[in-house]
Design a protein around this ligand. Structure first.
Ligand code: ATP
Length: 230
C-alpha cells in the first residue's frame, strides 16, 4: 500500500533524512518512534507532500506519488490526522464531519462514524471549541475516515490524553485496520504502540535503525524506552 524507498530530505544544506525505507501494507498498523529531532515530523511532511527539498520515491497503492502536491496526495487516498487535530473551532462536531471531501468509496457515512464514535454522536451539536482533548482527537480521526482515505498517517494520537481515552483510540485503530486500511502511527508512547501495531520502526538521526515485529518490540520495551530517552 505505502512504499517509501530511499527517502532523503534537507533543510537548506542540512540533511534531515538519509535514505529512509518504510512500508505499510493493507490492514497493517505500523508505528514509527524516535527521539526529538530524529526526523519524524520531516518524514510526515515528506509523505503528505509539504516538504519540497526531498528525494527518493513514495508509492501509494502501486502509484508513484513522488513529487505530487499535497492536495493530489489527499485525493489519492493519503489521510493525515494532524497532531494539532485541526478542528474548526467555530463549527459543530457534525459540521466538522460534513466538510471533508470524499476521495474513495470507502468513505465512512455519518451513521458509521456515530456508531464507532458514540462520544461524537452525543456531542454532534457541540461547537469545536467546547470539545475535550479526547473528543478532538476522535473528531480528527473521524474526519479522515469520512474521506475514505486508504492510508492514515497519525501523528501522536495518544499525546496528552487520559489512559481511558488512549484505550478507546487503540480500539478505533484496530477497527480501522479491520477495514483493510493501513495506518502509519508516529508514536512515542511505546506501551500504546505495542497494543495496536503489527510492526515498528525506530528512527534515529534520519535513519531507520531498527525494524521490529510486535513480539520483539514488546521484549525490548525497556531498551527502546532508554533509546527514546523516556
Ligand atoms: N525548519 C527547520 N530548519 C532547519 N532544520 C530543521 C527544521 N525543522 C527540523 N529541522 C532539523 O531536522 C531534523 C529532524 O527534525 P524533525 O522535526 O523532523 O524531528 P522530530 O523527530 O519530528 O522531532 P520532534 O519529536 O522534536 O518533533 C533535526 O535535526 C532538526 O533540527
Amino acid at each position: 500500500m505505502l512504499e517509501v524507498t530511499g527517502l532523503t530530505a534537507w533543510y537548506g544544506q542540512a540533511q534531515a533524512l538519509h535514505g529512509v525505507d518504510v512500508r505499510v501494507d493493507e490492514g497493517e498498523v505500523v508505528s514509527l518512534a524516535g527521539r526529538n529531532g530524529a526526523g519524524k515530523t520531516t518524514l510526515v511532511r515528506c509523505l503528505i507532500g509539504l516538504h519540497g527539498q526531498a528525494g527518493g520515491a513514495v508509492r501509494l497503492h502501486g502509484r508513484d506519488i513522488t513529487g505530487m502536491p499535497a492536495h493530489r496526495r489527499a485525493r489519492a487516498g493519503m489521510g493525515w490526522v494532524q497532531d494539532d487535530r485541526g478542528i474548526y473551532a467555530s463549527l459543530t462536531v457534525e459540521e466538522n464531519l460534513l466538510l471533508p471531501p470524499k476521495v474513495s468509496d470507502r468513505a465512512w457515512t455519518l451513521p458509521q462514524v456515530y456508531d464507532a464514535f458514540p462520544m461524537l454522536a452525543e456531542r454532534r451539536k457541540a461547537p469545536g471549541t467546547t470539545l475535550s482533548g479526547g473528543e478532538q482527537q476522535m473528531l480528527a480521526i473521524a474526519r479522515v475516515l469520512r474521506t475514505g482515505a486508504r492510508l492514515l498517517l497519525m501523528d501522536e494520537p495518544s499525546e496528552g490524553l487520559a489512559p481511558v481515552v488512549v484505550a478507546r483510540i487503540g480500539a478505533i485503530i484496530r477497527e480501522i485496520k479491520a477495514t483493510g486500511a493501513g495506518v502509519l502511527l508516529i508514536e512515542q508512547n511505546v506501551k500504546f504502540a505495542a497494543t495496536v501495531a503489527d510492526r515498528h520502526y525506530l528512527l534515529s538521526q534520519g535513519r531507520i535503525v531498527e525494524t521490529l515485529d510486535n513480539d520483539e518490540f514488546r521484549r525490548r520495551e525497556g531498551d527502546l524506552l532508554k533509546h527514546l530517552g523516556i
